[in-house]
Write a new protein. Structure first.
Length: 163
């Protein structure tokens, strides 16, 4: 009779240990499933980021040349966000290591926009454009030549200041 409580205790302990193992297996299965979903989720490539930057680069030109400094500042921030995202999501690409070379040119454009200086903006923008092309050459993408835009990228946006 004295053995029955001991056997019951051992069975309860065994059941508790097994349920912990079952829970661990369930959690690991869930982790594996979530990892597979992450692995199969869409991640933009470097080209998508660069295409977005190209659009913001063009919009920046028209904002700055129309003295729409708020829009120009907005476009600078959009370019910076895209560069940061490219570095985060495309870190495995060797080209991404060269992105930092654009920082001084971006700082120059930011300074011109902050001063609302049209002449300084134009020269800084040319520096930015040339730096983009230098980066492309440094990363064997010399075939991708960026220029100062000649026409707005969108016909449904005014680049004039909304004073």
């Amino acid at each position: 009779m004295k053995r029955i409580p001991g056997v019951v205790g051992i069975l309860l302990l065994f059941t508790a240990c097994n349920s912990g193992t079952d829970r661990q297996e369930q959690l690991q299965t869930r982790i594996d499933s979530l990892q597979q979903q992450l692995d199969n989720s869409y991640k933009p490539g470097l080209g998508e980021f660069m295409s977005g930057i190209q659009v913001h680069h063009a919009k920046l030109w028209f904002a700055g040349t129309n003295n729409n400094w708020k829009l120009a500042d907005f476009e600078i921030n959009e370019i910076e966000e895209s560069l940061e995202a490219a570095q985060k999501y495309c870190a495995d690409r060797p080209e991404v290591k060269s992105i930092q070379m654009i920082s001084p040119a971006m700082d120059s454009v930011k300074n011109a926009v902050g001063q609302q200086n049209a002449l300084l903006f134009k020269s800084s923008y040319i520096l930015l454009t040339n730096t983009c092309n230098n980066c492309h050459r440094a990363t064997q993408h010399e075939f991708n030549v960026i220029t100062i835009p000649s026409a707005p990228p969108f016909t449904n946006q005014s680049f004039q200041s909304a004073r």
